[in-house]
Design a protein around this ligand. Sequence first.
Ligand code: ADP
Length: 860
Amino acid sequence: MEVKLITHGVFFILLAAAARAQVNPEICRYPLGMTGGQIQDEDISASSQWSESTAARFGRLDFDNGDGDGAWCPDIMSEPAGLKEYLQVDLRSLHFITLVGTQGRHADGMGNEFAQRYMIKYSRDGKNWVGWHDRKGRQVIEGNRNAYDVVLKDLEPPIIARFVRFMPVTDHSMIVCMRVELYGCEWLDGLMSYSIPDGHQMIYRGLDVYFNDSVYDGASAERLTKGLGQLTDGTWGLDDFLHSHIYSMWPGYDYVGWSNKSFTKGYVEIIFDFDRVRNFTSMKVHCNNLFSRGVRIFKQATCYFRSGSEWETDPVTFRPTADRVSQIARFVTVPLGDHTATAIKCRFHFGDLWMLFSEVAFQSGSAVYNTSLTPRKHGHPTNTLPGDDPTHKVDDSNTRILIGCLVAIIAILLTIIVIILWRQVWQKMLEKASRRMLDDELTARLAVQTQAFSFHHSSLSTDDSSTSNSTYERIFPLCADYQEPSRLIRKLPEFAQTTENSGAGTLTGGSDSAPHYAEADIISLQESSDSTSHSITAVNMNLFAGTDSSMKEFPRHKLTFKEKLGEGQFGEVHLCEAEGMQDFLGEDLSIEGNNESPLLVAVKTLREDANKNARNDFLKEIRIMSRLRDPNIVRLLAVCVDTDPLCMITEYMENGDLNQFLCSLRLKQNTDQAETEQEEKDGESMDSYSKLIRMAVQIASGMKYLSSLNFVHRDLATRNCLVGKNYTIKIADFGMSRNLYRGDYYRIQGRAVLPIRWMSWESILLGKFTMASDVWAFGVTLWEILTLCKEQPYSQLSDEQVIENTGEFFRDQGKQVYLPKPPCCPERVYTDLMLSCWRRNAKERPSFQDIHIQLMESLA
Ligand code: ADP
C-alpha cells in the first residue's frame, strides 16, 4: 500500500511539474490586487474625478477607504458625451486576465451610484489601445444593478495586457461611480504579439470551415500583425476540428489553419515578439492531427532567433515523429536550445494538405506557470490572500522545481516511515500492557457502565418479580471495546494464547484471528463456505456448507390457523394445521411422535411492518435452523418466503416455553404441598428433581450437538427452550443469535439489548461469545430449572449490581456473588457442575459433553 502511495505521490508531482507549461484560463482567476492592495495607488489613474474624495485610487472593489467617498466617480459634467471616461489600472507587467468585477458606490448607505454598463480597453505597451469585445463582437458589458453587489464578468476571450481601462457607458444625466477588480495571472510567456498569415477557409463536404484568427487584436491585412489572438487564448482545439469548445461557433472556430496549396515554399512563417530578452527552453504548439481529413502536425519546425535587429543565422530545427496511428490533437514540444532572444521566427513545414494550430506557448528560463491539475470551470475567483498569489511565485530555474519535487518525495517517504514506526510501537505497547493496567482499565469501564446503568435505572422498572422476558427490556450500553472485543481479548493474559475452551476444541486460528465462536462467524463461513481463512475446522465447514436450499417453500394456502401461541421479537407465533405436510416432507413424522393429520405446526410470522434489519434477522434464523437437525433442537419443517409475510413453520411444542411450563409446575407443587404431609412433599420433590434433571440433560444434549458444530447460541435460557409431549425439551430461538458487533441489529433507543443475567463475565466485559460462555448460560439455565423459574437469576441484584458483580468475576478477589444452590439441588451437582460453569477461566469450564455425562450420572 505504501509503495502505491509513493508511486502516486511521485507521479502526481511529476505530472504537476509537467502541467505547468501553458496558462490555464480555468484556474488563472486570481484577484490581481485592487482589493488586496498589491496594486499601488499610483498605478490606478482615471480620465477625471468628481472630487478628490472620489479619485481613482478609491476605485478598489470591496474596499472602503475612510478617506474617500467609497469609489471612483468621474466628472461627467466635464465630458457629457460619455464613453471617454475611464478608470485605468497599470498591472506593471503583462497579465492574462480572465475575469473582471465591478461594484458601485455604497459608502454604508450614503451612496447610490453605479455603472449599469461599461466597456473595457486594454494595452500591452501603454500606447496601442484595443477595445475588448466578446467572441460575437459585443463590446458593452452589463454592469451593476445596485450600489453594493459585486458583479463578475468572464472575459471570453481573455485578454493579455498590462494596462486595463474600465469605461462606464453613461449618459450625462447620471452620475456613475465604480469600484473594480481584475482577475487572472501573470503572463509568463512574455509574448507581446505574433504575426501570422491570415487563416484559410476549408470546404469540407459542402461545409464552410473557417480557420481565421477571429479574436486577433492586432492589425489585419494579408498578414496579421502586432496582436495576440486565438493562439494565446488558453483554449485548445478538439480532435475533430469541426467541433468547438465554444457553443454556437462556426466549424473550425478553435483553430487557425492554412492550406499547403497557398504556400509555395511548403511552410508557414510565424514571428513571435517578446517583452524583453529571454532565454528560451521550448515552444509548445497545439496541433490538430486528423489525418483522415488531410490535417497533420507539422513535419518540421525551423526557428530563428533575434536579440537585436538581425536574425541569427543558426536556426534550431526540429522534426517531430509523424504519428500515423492516433488522430488525437496534441501539444508538440519544440526544443529551443536555451537560445536568447526578443523575437523568434519559426517556419512550420506542412506534413499534409492542412496544418491547424490552436495554441502556442513558450517556456523561457524563469517562466513556469504554477498551475494545478484540477481546472475549475467558470467558478468564482479564488480567494487568495495578498501575497499568496501563486502566480507571483516564479522559480528561477528548472533545478529548483526538481529540488522541490525531491523534497516532496522525501517528505512523503518520511511520513510513511513515521506512520509504520508509530504503528509498531503502538502494537508493542498493547502487547506489553500489564495486567495491572488492564485491571484499572476494566475497573474504569465498569464504573462508566455502572453510571450508565444508574442513569437508565431511574427510568426503568427493576421489578424483581418480572418475568424472564423482562430481561430483554433492560438496556445495556455498548462501549467501544464491546463493539470490537478482540482489542481487549488480545490484552488479557489468559486469552492471549489464542483459543480457549470450546468444548469440542476445534479452533485452529492464531491470536489475531480472534477465537470467535460467535454465530456471526459461522454464518459468514456458511456464506463463503470455500473460505479457508476462518478458524473453523474443515469438518464443521462441511456441516455448514450450505444445504440451505433444502428448506422448501410450503404452499401457504395449506396452512389453517388454529390459535395464537405467543408473540416474539419478529411477530406472532400461531398454531396451524398444515395439510399434507408429511407428504410434502416425504417423511413419516409418526416416528418423531406426531400422528396427527393434518399435522399441527407452529408458524412464526414476520410482522408486516418489519424493517430491513428484522427481515434479514428473520431470514438468518431460517438459515441457521435449516442446518440444524437434532432431537433436542426445534425443527424447522418448511418456510413460506416467496411472498410476504415471511413465515417459518416449525414443529409444534404442545407445552410452550420451558420458563412458563416450570412456573406452572411449581404452582401445582405448591397446591400439593399445601395438602400433603412433609414426607410426601419430599417424595414429590425428589420425583420433580429427576424430572428436572432429565430436562437439563436434554438441553445439554442439544447444546452438545450445537457445540459439535461450533455453534454459539448466545441466548440459552429456559425462556428459549420449548416443551413438547412427555417433557421433551428442545432448544429454540435462534433469532437472538445475532451478530452484536454490527450496527444493524435491533437496538432500543440506540442500545443493544442483552440478557446480562445469563451472560458470562467475558461476554459482558469483552463482548466475547464462545461455547464456554454458552456453558456459563447453561449453568444459569440449570439453576432456573432447579428453582422452577421461581425467581429471576440474581433477583436481589439490580442490573447495575449484576454488572458490578461481573467486574468482581474479572478481578477474582473472592468478592463475586454466585447464584445460590437451589433447595432441591444436591450439593455435588451444585459445586461440581453448576459452579464449574461459572469459572472465571473459560478454559476451566466443562464442555457440554462433560456436562451431559455428569447430569446423566447424577440421575443414576
Ligand atoms: P421470539 O424468538 O421471536 O421471541 P419465540 O420463538 O420465542 O419468539 O416465540 C414466542 C412464543 O411463542 C414462545 O414463548 C412460545 O410460547 C411460543 N412458541 C414459539 N414457537 C413455538 C412452537 N414451536 N411450539 C409452541 N409454541 C411456540
